[in-house]
Design a protein around this ligand. Structure first.
Ligand code: C5P
Length: 283
């Protein structure tokens, strides 16, 4: 038996860092959304074995115990005392260390797939709770739909998203370390986007207010280290994007476009400026 699950990338329409917690994590308030740029996870039982075999089409994916999909399989096997062996194949499409939660989404898809493979009948809530142990973005990725996300990432409240724009993802050719960006957050100087107003705008499909209220506390921190991100933002804005923001801790920049023709034009115009560009839809 073989189960296939999609693992979509996420973007942050809003990300407010509210402060640092005693456990070292930061308290966040976010609006997250998924886009149709997806990895694909295939899980297959290995009848005569008990271990976990991890494979991928991409040489950039770590095939070891640090891999989030591997961690998800260990967690499920240990929690439910499963002795059976499993093979996990990661068909990689989402760029790595990009601020798009590719690894977390692979973990969430592995949780969903193993839940089916081994007929565990776990609810989304239960899978998200398990996902918390793997990484802060995993609970959101279990849901994979527009949501307001709080805490360190463990509280996920799905919300309706009335208008689903085209999204142009522009990934500069360097990665960013999330812990390093969080280490440089200065709570005195960072911006604080109004996430409650953004939530209302997203639910009402109020494009003007979505564009007004989208914002990311981490953007200035990452731009300080990588000024190219600001150049990409400016380029997208001057080419006619409706709204532009860095996703997560970066470095991927996304542009929202509510008209397909404009989105395609914008995508072509930025391709000459940056190699890795994707035109996708919000899910
Ligand atoms: O939870 P995860 O392992 O994905 O987080 C990676 C790192 O990002 C953490 O070790 C921490 O440095 C930082 N982080 C944070 N606050 C969060 C989420 C992540 O400081 N809410």
């Amino acid at each position: 038996m073989e189960i296939i699950e999609k693992a979509p990338a996420k973007i942050n329409l809003g990300l407010d860092v509210k402060g640092k917690r005693e456990d070292g994590y930061h308290e966040l308030d976010m609006i997250m959304a998924s886009v149709d740029l997806s990895d694909r996870i295939t899980v297959k039982e290995m009848p005569d074995e008990t271990g976990i075999r991890l494979q991928s089409n991409s040489s950039f994916v770590p095939l070891n115990k640090k891999n989030h999909a591997y961690k998800a399989a260990v967690l499920i096997k240990q929690t439910f005392h499963i002795q059976k062996g499993v093979e996990i194949f990661i068909d990689k499409k989402i760029p790595i260390a990009a601020g798009l939660a590719g690894g977390s989404s692979d973990a969430a898809a592995t949780l969903r797939a193993l839940n089916k493979l081994w007929q565990l009948n776990l609810s989304q809530e239960a899978l998200a709770k398990l996902g918390e142990q793997i990484g802060s973005d995993v609970p959101y990725c279990v849901y994979g739909q527009t949501a307001r996300v709080t805490g360190r990432g463990e509280y996920v409240k799905p919300i309706a998203n009335a208008k689903k724009p085209w999204v142009i993802l522009v990934k500069p050719d360097f990665g960013v370390s999330t812990p390093e960006i969080f280490r440089h957050v200065n709570s005195e100087t960072i911006s604080h986007p109004d996430i409650s107003s953004l939530e209302v705008a997203v639910m009402n499909g109020d494009i003007d207010n979505v564009l007004t209220y989208m914002g990311n506390s981490l953007e200035d921190v990452t731009i300080d280290k990588h000024p190219l991100i600001l150049k990409i933002k400016n380029r997208l804005l001057s080419s006619g994007a409706d709204g532009v923001l860095m996703s997560g801790s970066g470095p991927t920049v996304f542009a929202l476009c509510y008209h397909e023709k404009k989105a395609r034009r914008l995508c072509n115009s930025i391709k000459g400026f940056c190699d890795e560009v994707y035109l996708v839809r919000m899910l």
